[in-house]
Design a protein around this ligand. Structure first.
Ligand SMILES: OC[C@H]1O[C@H](O)[C@H](O)[C@@H](O)[C@@H]1O
Length: 394
């Protein structure tokens, strides 16, 4: 049968990973129709998906994540994968944190391909050494690194000026300043006291200070271009989820030697998760439905889970795989995922669509990116705007 898959995996590392699935599906005799929509973070892809669904022409599968799976489920457009889930025993195979995101109304409607960690710092060790700087583990160390790095001729922090990237580093700062409980109250439960309170004002002020570490040309830059600045040695560091590791891997670089990874400064006790998943749309053709079932089965088989995640930079969605092929960053990610799940530091990424409905996420993005790019807006005003927008939507 045919499967048309809508996704936004278009950077070097992302495309290599997506190709793993295409090849596995073709090896099973299916036809893979690739519907890739460029634009990191997936905002454009979701807009395109909505217009296709509205015009009655949805793809057979799409990269849909987190609470948005519920929104599509509510529309009655998604088919269920219960038969595959039972045959592969997803109940036993998947951590409940992952499994519950894939279910709508008690039925599996999506399959998880991985677990990304968002709160990472990446660095070029040669650049750090040349400037006499240690890998920062606290925000103070991160800001203190600016002077020696600039004096040695480097951009301290490579960043891409796009709303989702601004929101990604914003949530790293909220976690570093307030910890996982504060993060949950503010950016998951949208508690107005946390979202608009003193601690958020402090976090917003610190967030804006990150601009001091960036270059003037960052506006609109794609995330993988920022990663290549670290790879090339023009910039020392980048705050980004571990899809960035897919770029280092695609460049043939070795973790811990050619590049470094560490939890975003001040967030070692936290793991901000972002789970990519493929949701299946209802299809009438029996052969296409079979192809969808095969796609879901293949995605959770060890062959795909290993090959895809080695290329993508994430860790497998099923924690029972032999991880000996994975590098030290992935090993640490899996260990931290399990540790934080026990200790209470495992939180859904707001910036990557795991925490709040899409409309609320979009509204928070607007406030965060306008504040970050408007030197006149005070932190107090930004905090109040976040409260207002959240209340207006909910
Ligand atoms: O495009 C950058 C990243 O955006 C999202 O966070 C996706 O979940 C991830 O798979 C992708 O690599």
């Amino acid at each position: 049968g045919d499967v048309e898959v809508l996704h936004w995996w278009t950077s070097g590392g992302e495309a290599r990973a997506a190709n793993v699935l295409k090849e596995l599906m073709e090896a099973e005799g299916h036809t893979w129709e690739d519907f890739a929509v460029a634009g990191g973070g997936g905002e454009t892809a979701m807009t395109v998906l909505k217009s296709r669904a509205m015009s009655g022409n949805p793809p057979s599968a799409a990269q849909i994540k987190g609470p948005e799976i519920q929104e599509w489920g509510e529309l009655g457009l998604l088919g269920d994968l219960d038969a595959v889930a039972e045959a592969q025993d997803w109940q036993a195979l998947l951590p409940e944190t992952v499994a519950e995101v894939m279910r709508h109304d008690g039925h599996y409607v999506a399959v998880p391909v991985n677990v990304h960690r968002v709160n990472w710092l990446w660095a070029n060790p040669e650049v750090l050494e040349d400037a006499g700087v240690e890998m920062p583990t606290t925000l103070d160390e991160l800001f203190a690194a600016e002077e020696p790095l600039r004096a040695a001729g480097y951009i301290p922090l490579a960043h891409g000026g796009q709303a989702w990237q601004d929101a990604t580093i914003f949530e790293d700062i909220v976690l570093a300043e307030g910890g996982s409980d504060f993060y949950r109250r503010a950016l998951v439960e949208l508690d107005p006291d946390a979202l608009g309170g003193e601690q958020m004002v402090e976090a917003l002020s610190t967030f804006k200070r990150l601009r001091e570490l960036m270059d003037d040309d960052m506006s609109g830059r794609d995330w993988n271009i920022a990663t290549s600045m670290v790879i090339e040695g023009d910039a020392a560091m980048q705050l980004m989820g571990d899809w960035a590791k897919g770029e280092f891997t695609a460049a043939g670089l070795t973790a811990g030697e050619d590049y470094l990874c560490a939890p975003a400064p001040g967030t070692a006790s936290v793991f901000t998760f972002n789970i990519d998943s493929l949701a299946m749309f209802r299809v009438s053709d029996e052969a296409d439905r079979e192809a969808q079932q095969d796609l879901a089965r293949l995605v959770l088989e060890p062959t795909f889970q290993e090959a895809f995640n080695l290329a993508k930079g994430s860790i497998p969605a099923r924690p029972d795989l032999d991880m000996s092929e994975f590098d030290r960053c992935a090993q640490q990610s899996l260990a931290d995922f399990q540790r934080t799940a026990e200790e209470g530091g495992l939180v859904p990424s707001m910036a990557h669509g795991m925490a709040v409905p899409a409309a609320v996420q979009g509204a928070i993005f607007d406030v965060v990116t306008n504040y970050f790019n408007d030197s006149d807006m005070e932190a107090e005003e930004a905090a109040q705007r976040m409260v207002n927008t959240a209340q207006a939507i909910l």
